[in-house]
Write a protein that binds this ligand. Structure first.
Ligand code: PMP
Length: 314
């Protein structure tokens, strides 16, 4: 049983965790009509401060998701970014935390699940999500028997709660079959992504990830990884379709996501990836990623200090 933190944030104010509620008949809770973002706040042990990582980019993606749904909310990005800081400070958990910002459709007119409504809300929760115990040893993946949802039916580019039904089917199947995670093929039969992460392959010295048109969420971690690969390894990340059998031929594979961070995949369908252990490119990128998210190498465009709102200058 996990202990809940003391506070959450909902519609403009910090509330007790138990008071952060959405009605059972809201379109968000009942039909999954919500969009969300997961943001990490990392602690820098050297300066004792926490930093949210790429919170502005997450909020920009949240806006894009809302735009597709004609959803409007009462808060600006400045307010939401500050709300994330306020919540991390209020909970004072003293460790790395994962912050979820959810914008949802509320009850709306006539309890009609499909009625458009301007009745919306936002809640933010922060929880402790420790780094995966498989960060060094890696995870065993399988190729899912489920296909990834596609842009012409249920667009993965829109980060909607309802999309995770597809992720859930795939992840639970994999777990029941004794794997840690799974990779889904898209409707064309090429590799899309994992249930909650992008996938990256290293093959013959090239770093390759499926393009944004492969039935994937346009990942912020994978974009960060691409910048770090260019800056530190002098490598351009190639975006092209990946065939299933390339997963078996790959030298290295790893997952990329805010919650997942960079996580080695050491086998696919019981076939070892490369030597079956974390590869050197994955390891080097993990080290650079860990430095940058904690603002050890200052990146003010990416790392926002968690601090109270500055008083306005009169
Ligand atoms: N794909 C899916 C389905 C996800 O849920 C996530 C996590 N948000 C990702 C990819 C990775 O995205 P990001 O790096 O922006 O967290």
């Amino acid at each position: 049983m996990t202990t809940a933190p003391p506070y959450a944030w909902q519609n403009g104010r910090i509330v007790a965790w138990d008071d952060c509620v959405v009605h059972a008949r809201s379109q968000g809770a009942f039909w999954g009509a919500n969009v969300f973002e997961g943001v990490r706040a990392y602690l820098n042990a050297d300066d004792g401060r926490s930093y949210t990582f790429r919170v502005r980019d997450h909020l920009a993606r949240l806006r894009r998701s809302m735009k597709s749904l004609h959803m409007e909310i009462d808060h600006t990005d400045d307010e939401l970014a500050q709300a994330c800081s306020d919540l991390v400070l209020a909970n004072d958990l003293g460790v790395d935390v994962h912050v979820c910002v959810v914008a949802y459709f509320d009850t709306g007119p006539n309890f009609d699940p499909l009625a458009h409504t301007t009745d919306t809300g936002v809640h933010i929760t922060s929880t402790v999500v420790p780094r995966s115990p498989a960060y060094e040893r890696g995870v065993a993946a399988t190729v899912s028997s489920w296909r990834r949802i596609s842009d012409d039916a249920m667009p993965p580019r829109i980060k909607a709660g309802a999309n995770y039904h597809n992720s859930r089917l795939a992840q639970h199947e994999a777990k029941r079959n004794g794997y840690d995670t799974t990779l889904l093929l898209n409707q064309r039969g090429t590799v899309s992504e994992a249930p909650g992460s992008c996938v990256v392959m290293v093959r013959d010295g090239q770093i390759i990830t499926p393009p944004g048109t492969s039935g994937v969420l346009e990942g912020i971690t994978v974009a960060t990884m691409a910048d770090l690969a260019a800056e530190h390894l002098g490598k351009t990340v190639h975006r092209r379709e990946i065939d299933r059998t390339e997963l078996y031929a790959a030298d290295e594979l790893f997952l990329c996501g805010t919650m997942t961070e960079l996580l080695p995949i050491t086998s696919v369908d019981r076939i070892p990836v490369g030597d079956g252990v974390r590869g050197p490119v994955t390891h080097a990128l993990q080290e650079r990623y860990d430095e940058v998210v904690r603002n050890r190498v200052p990146r003010p465009d990416w790392c926002t200090p968690v601090e109270p709102a500055r008083a306005e200058v009169p």
